[in-house]
Design a protein around this ligand. Structure first.
Ligand code: SF4
Ligand code: SF4
Ligand code: FES
Length: 272
């Protein structure tokens, strides 16, 4: 019989006070600063519900009334990726981050910071435009010509559906980019097309290249991925796969696209 080591989970004290140490910024290009807020936390609270409390009563631990902390969110169920931030040093979604796990005792501290690889709009809200730009670079879509009835689409086997379903769960949250040593903050839009594209885009290229209709754009995608900032810029540090909240096999996708790019380059060479 194999014994599994498990980290003992501390039981949360009900209605305790937790300090939120928040890295704030008043707008693009402005300097960052830290502020502490004390929040009375009921059981089963998440980070967003505590931020809502702070927004309703924006008074620091030192008693100073300040502007409400700004953050982004949408679905509140770990589907849209908008609420992603760095919590106690680890990137993740704040809507699914339960305070009972992070700060079970009275007086515990939780730090909140915006992701560092995207420009800050304000406080914890970042601009993820580059992430979506990179999806457009690899044409992360299935080309259909119009919205009229196109008839039945090509068939996919259950086995290929099972392989590709997990890839389709990417919510463009940016965790894989935040953790990647090859992906850096780049505010100059002119540099976006030549800097590393990121694991999320590589994985979506794998998904759409495998789709019977999406594969029409495969050569265009591979042209981008064999160029500057493409798959060869991946340093294989594998940080991305460790932080992906959807458990997408990103390193498998990187290896798969690496092979596709090699074959594409050879075929281009022989076609002249
Ligand atoms: S494996 Fe590649 S994409 Fe993933 S974190 Fe490492 S360098 Fe970045
Ligand atoms: S691959 Fe994972 S970590 Fe990266 S954007 Fe998609 S869901 Fe987020
Ligand atoms: S609000 Fe959508 S993932 Fe958290």
């Amino acid at each position: 019989m194999t014994a599994t080591a498990q980290t003992p989970r501390r039981t949360a004290t009900p209605d305790r006070t937790v300090t939120f140490r928040i890295k704030r910024c008043d707008g693009p290009g402005k300097p960052s600063y830290w502020q502490d807020f004390r929040v009375k936390v009921p059981k089963n609270s998440n980070v967003i519900s505590c931020l809502q409390q702070i927004a309703a009563e924006p008074v620091t631990a030192g008693g100073e009334r300040v502007t409400p902390v700004v953050w982004d969110s949408g679905c509140l169920e770990e589907v849209c990726g908008a609420c992603t931030m760095v919590i106690n040093g680890k990137v993740r979604q704040s809507c699914s981050c339960l305070i009972d796990d992070y700060a079970p005792a009275d007086g515990d501290v939780i730090t909140l910071e915006p992701m560092s690889k995207f420009p800050v709009v304000r406080d914890l809200w970042v601009d993820r435009s580059r992430l979506f730009h990179n999806l457009a670079r690899i044409k992360a879509w299935v080309p259909i010509d119009g919205t009229y009835d196109l008839g039945a689409g090509p068939k996919e086997t259950p086995a290929s559906q099972a392989t590709h379903y997990v890839l389709s769960t990417c919510m463009s949250c940016g965790c894989c980019l935040e953790a990647c040593p090859q992906f850096n903050l780049e505010e100059d839009r002119d540099q976006w097309d030549s800097s590393f594209i990121g694991a999320h885009a590589i994985s979506q290229a794998r998904l759409f290249n495998a789709h019977p209709t999406g594969s029409e754009l495969k050569p265009d995608r591979l042209d981008v991925l064999m160029g500057e900032g493409g798959v060869n810029d991946c340093g294989n540090a594998q940080n991305c796969v460790q932080v992906c909240p959807k458990h997408i096999p990103l390193t498998e996708s990187i290896a798969s696209i690496g092979r596709q790019v090699t074959l594409h380059a050879i075929s281009k060479f022989f076609r002249g």
